[in-house]
Design a protein. Structure first.
Length: 202
């Protein structure tokens, strides 16, 4: 069986005058086979979200502080809090044990790094639960408004069974200073590895 993961891009019609429709990019997993599909989402109840959200956010803030400690970057304000907060759960191996993905933005206003506007940190953290139900980090990526050339901002799109083997992988959108690409990551108990990257969109 041959399975490939590739973003598909729809281009605007060739006709079109001065204001053609905007280009839209869609990521897709293509496979010629006919397979039964099952959702890889982990539905977190209100109680789980309340218990898992704070440790995940603390983990994300710690990762930003670690990023700052290694660079001449603006310090976090005392009341630092994530915005554009997105916490999702995925049951990648159908074990009812979630893989958690948190992404967020942390704006820092009035800094030397961005004297005319807002300076932002961006963070993505992936964690799995230990035997006590406590999130343990297996992957993180932090960047900021000035480092998108070196470290892209990551946004999870969905989980997909790219190999049709009954196990899901995480599909992310990468935002860099040059545009958008897509990356597929394989999650194991203790780490997350990139297995595909490509495609571009507006």
């Amino acid at each position: 069986m041959s399975t490939t993961a590739k973003p598909e891009v729809t281009a605007p019609p060739a006709s079109a005058g001065k204001n053609p429709p905007a280009t839209r990019a869609y990521a897709a997993i293509s496979d010629a086979g006919d397979y039964e599909t099952r959702s890889l989402l982990y539905a977190m109840g209100a109680g789980e979200r309340e218990s898992l959200g704070p440790p995940m956010e603390k983990m994300a803030l710690d990762e930003i502080r670690n990023f700052i400690s290694k660079r001449k970057a603006p310090p976090l304000p005392k009341t630092a809090a994530l915005t554009d907060y997105d916490l999702r759960g995925f049951d990648l191996d159908y074990s009812n044990s979630p893989t958690l993905v948190l992404s967020g933005k942390l704006p820092v206003a009035g800094t030397k790094a961005a004297p005319r506007g807002e300076f932002d940190y961006f963070v993505t953290v992936v964690a799995r639960l230990d035997i006590n139900g406590v999130p343990q980090k297996i992957f993180s990526l932090v960047t900021d408004s000035n480092h998108l050339d070196a470290f892209p901002r990551m946004q999870v799109i969905d989980a997909v069974d790219a190999d049709a083997n009954g196990r899901g992988d995480l599909l992310f959108r990468h935002y860099s200073d040059t545009g958008i690409s897509y990356a597929l990551y394989r999650v194991s108990a203790y780490q997350m590895d990139k297995i595909f990257e490509g495609g571009a969109g507006m």
